[in-house]
Design a protein around this ligand. Structure first.
Ligand code: FJE
Ligand code: FE
Length: 349
């Protein structure tokens, strides 16, 4: 498993700049404070430190809701329906997030490629889906489970329903910096019972990534990310810290919630709320039944994004290369030659 934390330090020339600055500043109290102020922002690049920031419940400047979208249903894959919020024309990209789909299948997503060093995070809400890739990696993700897949330089796979009836879940696509786009593909899989949970004062949180209410996820995020699933009882309230430099959003799943400002209009399910500047989220349940939502945040990459379906790179040339590599089964797509998943065959595709 790759340790991106170590890699951040190895890649970071700034530590040498700090040492240089420090040796050229006469050590007085003021200069020492200047040194600390310069050093602190870079420490925030490290995941574990960001998670320490979010440990605090202190929200000094609550983030307002700056945009609100209802995610309408659209057809995707073969016979699947998704409510796409991020990734649709009005909000093509919310750095570092490329797509958020609340999916509902019968139907599914037969053999398709991914390239571009982004990660897909599949979180099942109801039922199960089976996935199978061109390396022979196969498994079933059931309600409450998470599959955190790093597509990196290339994966071809199939994602299909594992049972009768409707299977529901969420798939989030998180972009990766150009430094990590062509890394080896890998999976982090967590079953329902592996996911850290905490409950207090009418609030339950499941920590998919990051840290909340004193518990942490074991997922290793390459782009620093938090992914929290909150359930709030009627009359309860949460304050959750979010690193101030990150982009963050709420996606509503069940019941009615009030976000940002206690006087704002309650929001029903299937809405994406983009949060503005600040260091945390305030949310209230003023309704008579439980409400559930996701709070997701990530450190923006601030890089060019060129997307062609499931290929996401930094330039048009890299996209053309990805298509060519996929078509010629080279540069990471070697195993795609003549490959067809047993899953797709079983479904008659
Ligand atoms: C797709 C490329 C894709 N949303 N939600 C192009 F990768 C996909 C795709 C999915 C997907 C899969 C699951 Cl399990 C859940 C999803 C897109 O596989 F649909 C298109 N059109
Ligand atoms: Fe996929």
């Amino acid at each position: 498993m790759m340790d991106s934390r170590r890699k951040y330090y190895a890649d970071s020339p700034s530590i040498y700049i700090y040492i240089y600055i420090y040796t050229h500043i006469y050590i007085s109290e003021v200069d020492f404070i200047v040194f600390l102020l310069v050093l602190l922002p870079d420490w925030c690049i490290d995941n574990s430190f960001n998670h320490q920031i979010s440990m605090s419940d202190a929200v000094r400047e609550a983030r307002p809701v700056v945009r609100k979208f209802l995610a309408r249903q659209q057809r995707e894959g073969v016979g699947a329906v998704v409510r796409r919020s991020i990734g649709r024309p009005e909000i093509k990209y919310f750095d570092p997030f490329l797509a958020l789909d609340e999916f509902s299948v019968p139907g599914g997503f037969p053999d398709h490629p991914h390239r571009g060093g982004f990660e897909t995070v599949t979180y099942m809400l109801q039922g199960a889906i089976t996935h199978e890739d061109f390396e022979g990696h196969k498994g079933t993700i059931e309600a409450g489970d998470v599959q955190w897949m790093t597509a990196g330089r290339g994966i071809v796979h199939s994602e299909m329903p594992a049972g009768e009836g409707t299977q529901k879940g969420l798939q989030l696509w998180i972009n990766l910096s150009s430094r990590y786009k062509m890394i080896e593909p890998r999976y982090q899989e967590m079953c329902n019972t592996d996911i850290a949970e905490a409950a207090r004062d009418g609030v339950k949180v499941r920590v998919i990534a990051g840290e909340a209410m004193g518990v942490s996820s074991t997922v290793h995020t390459i782009t620093p990310t938090m992914y929290l699933d909150f359930t709030i009882k009627p009359g309860s309230h949460i304050r959750q810290a979010i690193p101030p430099t990150w982009n963050a959003f709420v996606y509503t799943l069940e019941g009615e919630g009030t976000f940002g400002n206690s006087r704002s209009t309650p929001v029903s399910p299937h809405h994406l709320l983009l949060l503005g500047p600040g260091d945390g989220l305030n949310a209230w349940n003023r309704s008579g039944r439980a409400m559930r939502f996701l709070l997701v945040g990530g450190e923006p990459l601030e890089e060019a994004v060129v997307q062609h379906g499931p290929f996401v790179m930094n330039s048009q040339e890299e996209i053309e290369q990805a298509v060519e590599d996929y078509e010629s089964c080279s540069n990471g797509f070697e195993k795609a030659r003549c490959w067809k998943s047993e899953l797709s065959t079983a479904f008659g595709y």
